[in-house]
Design a binder for this molecule. Sequence first.
Ligand code: FAD
Length: 510
Amino acid sequence: MSRKKVVIIGSGINGLVAANYLSKKGFSVSVIEKNNHTGGACTYKTKIIENQTIDYAYGATVLGMMPDFIFNETGLSKNVKIFAPKHPKLVYFPDSKVSTRIYQDYKKLDKELKNKWGEKGNLESFRIDEDKVVDFIREGCRKGETPTLEKARNSLGQALTDLWIKGSAKNLLDHYFSSDKTKIYMGMTAIESGSSSIKNNGTAFTIPLMDSGSVFNGYWGYVKGGIWQISHEITKINKKIGVHFHMSSDISSIDSNKMKISFKKENKNYEIDYDYLIFATDPITPSKILKNKDLQSKIEDNDFLGTSGKITAFFKNPVIWKENSPYKNSDSAFRFIFSNQTLSDFEKSSQSVIKNSNDYSPGYIQVYAEGAAQRVLNNKEPFDKLIFFIKNIKYGKTGDQLNQVKEKVKEIMFKYIKNTEDCVSTEFLSPRDLNQIFYFPKGNIDHMALNENQNYNDRHFSKNIKKSFYLYGDYENIFYCGAGAYPCGSVAGTTGYMCAKQLKRLIDSN
Ligand SMILES: Cc1cc2nc3c(=O)[nH]c(=O)nc-3n(C[C@H](O)[C@H](O)[C@H](O)COP(=O)(O)OP(=O)(O)OC[C@H]3O[C@@H](n4cnc5c(N)ncnc54)[C@H](O)[C@@H]3O)c2cc1C
């Protein structure tokens, strides 16, 4: 019997992971990609500064959400070296004289939050309950299970399901904590990609979701050479196991009745047929290619807005932080700089870039010490790289048009750094850039916001979730597995894995 043909459109992490699993399950897999490189938003760029060349992460920077089984089963764990800082994360608010240390040991953390932020809530029960939800998420992903409220209730009970899965981030944070600073820190991921109101139902779920990766057991870290090594290595592995790549290819049309795809590459026309077609792009693109106007307008009604930006700063000497730390490798610690002191101001600044005309409303900056981490990983580079992941930037203008925003972010950050004169260059991407460079519909790094009706059991485009959560519209054999579907974006490949698992199960059951 001839092998079933799967065509995957898009070679970001989700397309690459789906290709890996399906190829190993015996399918004949072809990938069609419009760029001349794989990786999607997990890619790099090269820069020349003072006659020296350096590669840097163009889109994603840090690894964390990937499940350990994907890291191992794809073969990635044998090919890349990774590192997660053990140093406590360091948090600063506008009135902080010194950092608040986020210890991994919750008893130490409990003491720190009481001392620094006057926290009177119950960190221990937050951690215990979050761990239960994280275990539930991990188990569902591992099994490739369709996320349903019924499963959540059966596993977690009604109260935890209402609080952690159906409820709002604000309600969740108010339930466990008393101090606004703790609430802001613990809840910041609810707006990591967009400007979802923390009062919206369904936003609580983003908090455990962002802690559900298992490659570093819920923490985040770095890849030797840069995170794009993940895309490079899995592409190499896929080629070895027989996945066929059509790069720099423009799809002209898809005939879903005859199951044929026509595409153009270097001015030549090609046609390939499929038994199963998987889109690993943003969620709107498939409807456009399939010329399905009804589906397109329905999907476009969702919240796609992105409000995150990224600055990569290049230092000619290692960054020296004003606040010293006695611990080893302290310069690789994650740092978080908040501009709001109260939860209501945090919400106001996140909402203001939707409601008002200001281009930037400072919320928080996550600081990734990529250069320091590369030193720990024994990767020598000519410049030290510091990444500022920035909230909240209005969707509209490109980074080049937002010089004042870049300067403002540098002003906020440079208060914490001694050798600011060593910063010799910066690269700034706004949400609009993410749309233009990575084709994210409105610049959201999750393709589609993690918002009300777009999270957990609602994060799909299938008309028949009983058959598969990852089907696209009412097509029988067309699937969607990009970041817009459950669980979410990130360099994780979980959506690609779950889609592959459900497709295989569907075939086996027929
Ligand atoms: C600035 C930035 C910072 C981020 N930081 C992090 C981080 O630190 N850690 C983290 O885990 N995540 C981060 N993310 C998010 C993460 O990069 C994405 O969520 C993830 O890479 C999405 O993977 P994907 O495979 O679903 O889609 P994508 O990576 O978007 O891949 C989709 C692929 O489809 C291709 N494609 C699109 N249309 C077509 C078409 N018509 N025909 C053929 N091919 C097509 C695209 O070229 C692309 O290769 C960041 C993203 C950005 C942009």
